[in-house]
Design a protein around this ligand. Structure first.
Ligand SMILES: Cc1cc2nc3c(=O)[nH]c(=O)nc-3n(C[C@H](O)[C@H](O)[C@H](O)COP(=O)(O)OP(=O)(O)OC[C@H]3O[C@@H](n4cnc5c(N)ncnc54)[C@H](O)[C@@H]3O)c2cc1C
Length: 200
């Protein structure tokens, strides 16, 4: 699910709003959002937000849903802050104790951009999540020993041997979700088995 976050400029009364996915688990009394600061119209406002500014939310909205009772074998693919809905789902799975076989492939530019790293690693122990993080812009001195480069057919095949048995969920910016739909399609996954939350 996502919410709309709005800012109203007090001097002009102009309002601007953007959609943000919820990382909080269903039923949580807090809203956790992961926002990429892309220096656009809204994120520039957020970047300089100060006490006294008024932001408000509406929602929740959206159809990017996962029913752990129906979909036991899933593949989640996240690009950057596109990890948000999967964080919400994984927290829900853990809290309710659902028996799920989930693989998460998570693409970030730098290791420092991995959101909630220790919580994600903990899901491996608590709910058996298979976590694959790939860093697309590894730097010397990162000491990164995991996957590198963009998610492609070869990487998915290597980590998800039983891909055809899984329902696939993809979330992130438009370019990313388009690329991932193409990767899954090239691997023979019919589009009906792929749900995408597209931010564009
Ligand atoms: C359903 C939905 C859920 C969303 N959830 C999230 C979320 O959880 N976290 C999040 O960060 N964003 C999310 N977005 C995107 C968000 O709504 C805004 O589009 C984003 O924050 C940019 O707004 P802006 O006004 O700062 O940029 P704009 O002024 O609208 O755009 C400025 C420039 O930045 C580029 N740009 C916009 N978004 C990105 C991006 N993500 N990466 C790189 N370049 C970009 C645009 O192409 C444009 O050139 C979601 C969008 C949708 C539709």
């Amino acid at each position: 699910m996502f919410i709309m976050l709005y800012y109203k400029d007090p001097s002009t009364s102009q309002e601007i709003g953007r959609a943000y996915s919820l990382a909080s688990r269903p039923g949580s009394d807090t809203l956790e959002l992961y926002i990429s600061m892309v220096h656009g119209r809204f994120t520039s406002k957020l970047d300089t937000a100060k006490v006294g500014d008024i932001y408000y939310v509406s929602g929740p909205y959206g159809q990017f849903r996962f029913d752990p009772k129906k979909n036991r074998k899933v593949l989640f693919i996240a690009g950057g802050t596109g990890i948000a809905p999967f964080m919400s789902m994984l927290r829900h799975i853990k809290e309710k104790g659902f028996d799920i076989d989930a693989v998460l492939i998570y693409s970030v530019r730098y290791p420092t951009e991995i959101i909630r790293k220790s919580e994600l690693e903990d899901f491996a122990k608590s709910i058996g999540l298979k976590l694959v993080v790939t860093v697309t812009r590894p730097q010397q001195g990162d000491n990164w020993t995991g996957e590198t480069g963009h998610i492609n057919e070869e990487m998915v095949k290597r980590h998800v041997a039983d891909l055809t048995e899984r329902d696939c969920y993809v979330c992130g910016p438009l370019n990313f979700t388009n690329a991932m739909k193409a990767v899954l399609s090239n691997l023979g996954i019919e589009s009906a088995k792929v749900k995408a939350d597209v931010w564009g």
